[in-house]
Design a protein. Structure first.
Length: 258
């Protein structure tokens, strides 16, 4: 992981807040192994998603080969490899694994690394596996579904609460069952300076929830619940907060249940 982070260090913009989230998404892809990935808003995370999918595909091929050698008795299997093979589910490897990475960005954010990341991926021979849509994400769900099918992993890093709502309302129907939607910056905190002691010469900061962003969690719990309940759908939600930050400090993961 450190080697990959170092490779794309020039893409890391501290103000975008993905220095911890990017590696997390990279590892989630190793765990989930999604087939159709949709990313809204390009940047540092784009490179880590691309690398994560490449590693998942490489691992899949190696594991598939090991299983074949094991069951066909065509190769000696050492104790270490045997231990790993016993963890694998043979049924999972019946179908091939060819993940798709779809990216949407209108390239309107001036301090974004959206354009630079494409150059870096090209240098590392990963650009060919990406399908780029230069556009706003709105009114693109039908085009995506018709061309690629349903999506089972989404990283949404674009705008704020209003954009989250628009995305959920339009794209939920094209998310596969057991698919994951990850939204960046769903919680925020303001920074208030206050005296802890009346006679103190020093002031210390106090983190306070910002109501402008706090309501998106209620949106996910309430409005989305009503939307899904109407369509007889189920979901799970978990939010992860970075308490040391006052902005770009959270993600919310929504899993669509069967």
């Amino acid at each position: 992981m450190h080697k990959i982070e170092k490779k794309y260090l020039k893409l890391l913009n501290p103000g975008m807040g993905t220095e911890n989230v990017g590696p997390l998404i990279y590892n989630l892809i190793q765990i989930i192994r999604p087939t159709n990935v949709l990313e809204v808003g390009l940047g540092y995370s784009t490179a880590l998603i691309a690398e994560g999918l490449f590693k998942s595909k490489t691992n899949f091929e190696e594991e598939r080969k090991s299983l074949f050698n094991y069951y066909s008795h065509k190769k000696y299997i050492n104790k270490e490899e045997m231990s790993y093979i016993k963890n694998l589910n043979p049924e999972y490897y019946v179908k091939s694994y060819k993940p798709i990475h779809i990216c949407i960005d209108d390239f309107s954010v001036e301090n974004s690394n959206a354009k630079l990341v494409l150059n870096e991926l090209k240098k590392n021979n990963l650009l060919e596996q990406i399908f780029l849509i230069k556009s706003d994400f709105r009114k693109k769900s039908k085009e995506i579904k018709d061309k690629f099918g349903k999506i089972n992993f989404i990283w949404f890093d674009c705008g704020g609460p209003l954009e989250y709502q628009d995305f959920i309302n339009e794209y939920w129907s094209i998310v596969e069952k057991d698919g994951y939607l990850i939204f960046h910056f769903t919680f925020s905190y303001t920074f208030e300076i206050s005296n802890f002691e009346n006679n103190s010469k020093y002031k210390m900061g106090k983190m306070i929830k910002n109501e402008n962003y706090n309501f998106i969690y209620e949106k996910i719990k309430n409005d989305l619940y009503l939307f899904l309940n109407k369509k007889k759908m189920k979901y799970e939600v978990i939010s992860i907060i970075e308490p040391h930050k006052q902005r770009q400090s959270s993600i919310t993961i929504v899993k669509k249940l069967p």
